[in-house]
Design a protein around this ligand. Structure first.
Ligand code: BES
Ligand code: MN
Ligand code: ZN
Length: 495
């Protein structure tokens, strides 16, 4: 979908479909909706007066101008109550309207920015959210050329707001591009979205935005003594790739933020094999890596004034004659030894070496994202929130705030030392699984053993990377969860 900005009156647009909006308490619309209403000789006011249009959230009324203006149809999207209206309301409004436009086979759509009028949201943020809601709702994996809406025009009447709208368009476009990339990577079948494919994707981004790139294979990882990462990769058919992307690589004067994403391109469980029911969903076990690579794309597009490092340890987890096995003891790059209890607790293994690698950047902050435990989904529910663990209250609060703004919600869970008991081993420094009880917290305490920096957060996104059903601008399948959150967090940091 092509995106453009036009300054002027929306009723004069040549698009086939116009989108305006209405709050629930409005009986006589003003602003752009009022201007369209006037051009249509009061057709919108008449709908309101007759009770056919109430402005409640999710409602979309369709009007046919029949020559009164150039457009074929006008959609009036309900925004709900004005009190407490947020950028999430903007996204939901834009999504509902664009989905309706899509059903009506619209090709060229013009929309106003939702929420920047009487609701009083900052113009740039409202513009960004309008674009996110519309474009992410219209996302389909594998869209054919010429299919769906071809062009979206953001129309702004007030010349004084032009610069802010353009700023919002730049950010919105970059966020949508990163999220779309992450969704695509998760939606690709696991025989295509291999570690090599992940590395190729990272390479394209690194080339386009002048980032440094490291793609380490088995030999490279062996040189780094990454025994935990390599143990998981031992049984893999597709060769593993340890991917590192560096934005502003040499700028050690800037704050350094390292993002780490679990990149298991398919998780069979290995020798501790999973049951066959729904095993296919484990193609999404690289959702953390997809979010990190997607966020790096957005970081590059916006050229954020931060030193941002993206690390994605990628491998499949397969049962094979060479596969690692329960009771094995392996040594991570720090020299710490790990007794394997379950080969299905593979995510924390690859993250152990990735977190150790992060240390070499002397980071101010490290955030990892991983589809780590089923226990997290049991605790919080699918699609509700990611589990949030942090060694820093300040970092936890900043992430939670970004999660609230983006509606990529995070909920805090404990990192008490007492959990360590569960992973004590008789034969190694620790076990890779603390068993069933408290599984989400014991996985986090395992990761903490490999953290040697002050400010670390771990996000368990197991229930968030994949959506069973579409919901507004979240499409079925890969959600791209984490990209919007990370970008919001980074942008706040660089301000
Ligand atoms: N990738 C899974 C976790 C997962 C489960 C993600 C459901 C998304 C949806 C992870 O590698 C795993 O298998 N975890 C085990 C850990 C256990 C063996 C300690 C689990 O949650 O059962
Ligand atoms: Mn597993
Ligand atoms: Zn896994």
């Amino acid at each position: 979908m092509n995106l453009q900005f036009k300054q002027g009156s929306i009723q004069e647009s040549t698009a086939d479909t116009l989108i305006v909006n209405l709050f629930a308490d409005v009986t006589s619309p003003g602003g752009a909706t009022g201007a369209v209403d006037n051009a249509l000789d009061g057709a919108i006011s008449a709908l309101i007066a007759n009770g056919d249009l109430t402005g409640k959230a999710g409602e979309v009324a369709v009007l046919y101008p029949r020559g009164a203006i150039a457009a074929t149809r006008v959609l009036v999207a309900g925004m709900g109550e004005r009190a407490g209206f947020t950028v999430e309301g903007v996204r939901q409004t834009a999504a509902a309207a664009i989905l309706r436009a899509q059903e009506l086979n619209a090709k060229e759509v013009a929309t106003i920015v939702h929420g920047a009028g009487i609701a009083g949201l900052p113009v740039a943020a409202a513009t960004q959210a309008t674009i996110e809601g519309a474009m992410l709702a219209a996302y389909t994996y594998d869209k054919k050329e010429g299919e769906g809406i071809q062009r979206l025009t953001i129309v702004g009447y007030d010349e004084a707001k032009k610069a802010e709208i353009e700023q919002g368009i730049a950010v919105g476009t970059a966020v949508v591009a990163g999220t779309t990339l992450a969704r695509d990577l998760v939606n690709l079948p696991p025989n295509i979205a291999t570690p090599k494919k992940m590395a190729k994707t990272a390479k394209k981004i690194a080339n386009a935005y002048k980032m440094e790139l490291i793609v380490g294979g088995r030999k490279w990882a062996a040189k780094q003594k990454m025994g935990a990462f390599l143990a998981v990769a031992q049984g893999a058919g597709f060769p593993p790739k340890f991917i590192v992307m560096e934005h502003n690589s040499q700028r050690t004067d800037l704050p350094t933020i390292v993002l780490v994403g679990k990149g298991i391109t398919f998780d069979t469980g290995g020798i501790s094999i999973k049951s066959k029911q729904n095993m296919g969903l484990m193609k999404s076990d690289m959702g953390g890596a997809a979010a990190v690579i997607g966020a790096m794309k957005t970081v590059g597009m916006l050229d954020l004034p931060l030193r941002v490092i993206g690390i994605a340890p990628c491998t499949e987890n397969m049962p094979d004659a060479h596969a690692y096995r329960p009771a094995d003891v392996v040594t991570a790059s720090s020299g710490q030894t790990i007794e394997i209890i379950s080969t299905d607790a593979e995510g924390r293994m690859v993250l152990a070496d990735a977190l150790l690698y992060a240390q070499k950047y002397e980071p101010d902050v490290v955030v990892d994202l991983a589809t780590l435990t089923g226990a997290c989904v049991v605790a919080l529910g699918a699609g509700m929130a990611a589990g949030l663990f942090s060694t820093s209250d300040d970092l936890r609060d900043k992430l939670q705030t970004a999660g609230q703004t983006t509606q990529e919600r995070l909920w805090p869970l404990p990192l008490w030392d007492d959990y360590q008991k569960a992973i004590e081993s008789d034969v190694a420094d620790m076990k890779n699984s603390g068993g069933h009880m408290g599984g989400v917290a014991t996985s986090a305490i395992f990761l903490k053993q490999f953290v040697n920096f002050d400010s670390w957060a771990h996000l368990d996104i197991a229930g968030m990377a994949l959506a069973e059903k579409p919901r507004g601008y979240i499409t079925k399948g890969g959600t791209g969860f984490g990209v919007r959150l990370l970008v919001e967090f980074l942008r706040n940091w660089s301000e």
